[in-house]
Design a binder for this molecule. Structure first.
Ligand SMILES: Cc1cc2nc3c(=O)[nH]c(=O)nc-3n(C[C@H](O)[C@H](O)[C@H](O)COP(=O)(O)OP(=O)(O)OC[C@H]3O[C@@H](n4cnc5c(N)ncnc54)[C@H](O)[C@@H]3O)c2cc1C
Length: 396
């Protein structure tokens, strides 16, 4: 059995892993990035929508090879068919091609000096004298011992490595959404905006989405609470049937869990760090995790580089502290909002979308949900309903 040594070994080449590998390698440290997939990025488990601002913010080239379609806004649909639309003059987001995007992120890491191994599964941690000294990695059938000063679990929602290293990542099933998606031919929807349908019979707790990748091709998917007695596929197929959309022109089926809560308190244990979906760093309202994975990777990289430069691994703990200080309050508020929206009836959703439809949504956009609450409080349909008022009070 061969033995290898790195400063940092990262498990998972989705979004968080390659971003961190790139930044740590760029600072001159030796990094190994491994993924069990034979082709990085494939299969995807994602609707591929992301805000335009991440490219500049995280130094990612705006490359047409993975920017599949530019998006100018969103339209939401209530159970009875009321709509509210937010449309910008400029590009507000993009639908990526994740099979290319994830692979290119790993390529940028390789270009900065990181070693990248696909078809390499981390099967266990190497533990000596109570301390994690590296990982046991099965690379194309060969079992290797990889030693590292820092071990990073960027292994996604089903993460095993953090748990093996003794980090508690448990969250009850209710804190996860089940996602089911078809990339398929679909016509009749404005391909320059994303479309979201809400309703307790449409998508319990979540929504149905159409994220256009072409004039007539889109990721059409659904997220629902994973402890629902019915499956996400049941609700998606029902929605397609009700909209007269054939299920005979499907190019891909994508399935996956989305953490929508259950944030991990301790993101570092000794020399082991956890980032991205593995740490439940996902927006609990809309289930988007790519931008959050990038943010976590940026903070974790910063402290890893500092810890290695100063030869003081205690500095890694600052990642937990900085993430909770910078992202924690926003995520906790969004979680509270998610818990309140779970209690909305279809009638509430109709009222909500009607009110949004008559509001300047551009002013409300940007995650300032207190602005939405103010708009709702001004409306008599909310003000004269005791239950709705008490739901709003839960948020204040
Ligand atoms: C149906 C669906 C739709 C979504 N839509 C969106 C969206 O539109 N926008 C958005 O922002 N987010 C979306 N998300 C969430 C988004 O996909 C994740 O938040 C994001 O991929 C998290 O990145 P990550 O790097 O943490 O994990 P991942 O991208 O999941 O990467 C983890 C990687 O680790 C690898 N791995 C796991 N275990 C091991 C092991 N033991 N050894 C080696 N490799 C291992 C896996 O193969 C995988 O490549 C969606 C999720 C789902 C399920």
């Amino acid at each position: 059995m061969s033995e290898l040594k790195y400063d940092v070994v990262i498990v998972g080449a989705g979004i968080a892993g390659p971003m961190m590998a790139r930044d740590v390698a760029k600072a001159g440290f030796s990094v190994l990035l491994v993924d069990k997939k034979a082709a990085i990025g494939s299969p995807k488990q994602c609707a591929e929508g992301i805000n335009i601002n991440v490219f500049e913010k995280y130094g990612i080239p705006y490359d047409k090879r993975f920017v599949n379609r530019e998006i100018y806004g969103a339209r939401i649909y209530s159970p009875s068919g009321y709509t509210a639309e937010l449309r910008y003059k400029n590009v507000s987001g993009v639908i990526l091609e994740r099979k290319v995007f994830d692979k290119m992120l790993a390529f940028y890491a390789a270009r900065e000096g990181a070693d990248v191994w696909p078809r390499a599964e981390a099967v266990d941690v190497i533990r000596e004298n109570g301390r994690v000294e590296g990982l046991k990695i099965k690379r194309e059938g060969e079992l290797l011992d990889v030693r590292a000063k820092v071990v990073v679990a960027a292994d996604g929602v089903e993460s095993t490595i953090a748990r093996k290293a003794g980090i508690n990542t448990y969250a009850p099933p209710h804190e996860f959404d089940s996602g089911y998606e078809y990339e398929m031919l679909i016509e009749g929807f404005d391909p320059d905006i994303i479309h979201l349908w809400f309703g307790n019979e449409v998508a319990p707790r979540g929504y149905v989405w159409v994220f256009p990748k072409d004039e007539d091709r889109a990721n059409v998917g659904i997220g629902i609470n994973s402890d629902n007695p019915k499956t996400a596929k049941y609700y998606l197929d029902k929605w397609l049937r009700e909209h007269g959309i054939s299920t005979n022109k499907i190019l891909e089926v994508n399935v996956g869990l989305v953490p929508v809560g259950g944030f991990v308190k301790e993101l570092v244990k000794d020399n082991v760090m956890i980032i991205g979906d593995a740490a439940r760093q996902v927006n609990p309202m809309h289930g988007g995790g790519m931008a959050e994975a990038m943010k976590a990777a940026a903070i974790a990289s910063k402290w890893t580089v500092k810890a290695l430069e100063e030869d003081n691994l205690k500095l890694l703990q600052n990642y937990t502290e900085e993430w909770w200080r910078e992202e924690g309050p926003k995520m906790e508020k969004l979680l509270k909002l998610r818990r309140v929206t779970e209690k909305l009836t279809d009638e509430d959703l109709d009222v909500f979308v009607q009110i949004l439809g008559g509001t300047d949504l551009e002013k409300l956009a940007g995650g300032k949900y207190t602005e939405i609450i103010k708009a709702l409080l001004k409306n008599p349909k909310v003000m004269f309903n005791r239950r709705r008022l008490s739901l709003l009070k839960e948020l204040l």
